[in-house]
Design a protein around this ligand. Structure first.
Ligand code: IMP
Ligand code: MG
Length: 167
């Protein structure tokens, strides 16, 4: 076990207060990246006590396994309009940065009022493209993690704690 559920919960609470401070009057669109963000999104929005909307986008960068292919595709796109909205991207983990860098470019073409990034976990040691994370929950070491929505080959998303996958 790397991060027990109590520690995740306090990180989510802190992120929610930072987000509330910045977005309370803005009716933000929280945009989760599927599938890994679904648990984090569910906990985060229930700590936000102001009007907001939720959308998801499904991207794929990984085939199966632990290495990114480096190529990102939109597997399932947006239904809600992004134009003129304050968009907050909600991601489970930022590793190389390729996924969120791609999504930022994709969103900017749709002319949002603003875009910021919120990551539950950040693995800065593996970064290959620079990304500016506006809200960071927890910094993690260069280990492959699972749990709290995060998978290895679709397994372990249901673990309540964040754990390191043993090879
Ligand atoms: P990036 O494009 O390399 O930043 O990778 C982002 C995506 O890769 C995340 O949204 C995860 O789905 C996946 N990923 C990166 N590191 C891990 C890990 O340690 N465990 C599970 N998935 C990971
Ligand atoms: Mg992901």
């Amino acid at each position: 076990m790397l991060i027990p559920q109590a520690e995740i919960a306090s990180a989510v609470k802190r992120l929610a207060s930072e987000i509330a401070r910045d977005y309370r009057e803005k009716n933000p669109l929280l945009l989760g990246i599927l599938k890994g963000s679904f648990v984090f999104m569910a906990d985060l929005v229930r700590k936000l006590d102001f009007p907001l909307e939720v959308e998801f986008i499904r991207l794929s960068s990984y085939g199966s396994g632990q290495q990114s292919t480096g190529k990102v595709k939109v597997v399932q796109g947006l239904r809600l309009a992004v134009r003129g909205r304050h968009v907050l991207v909600v991601e489970d983990i930022v590793d190389t940065g390729i996924t969120v860098a791609f999504l930022l470019e994709y969103l900017k073409k749709k002319k949002p009022a603003s875009v910021r990034l919120c990551a539950l976990t950040d693995k800065p040691s593996r970064r290959r493209v620079p990304v500016n994370l506006d809200y960071i929950g927890l910094t993690v070491p260069d280990k492959f993690i699972v749990g709290y929505g995060i998978d290895f080959n679709e397994k372990y998303r249901n673990l309540p704690d964040i754990c390191v996958l043993e090879n």
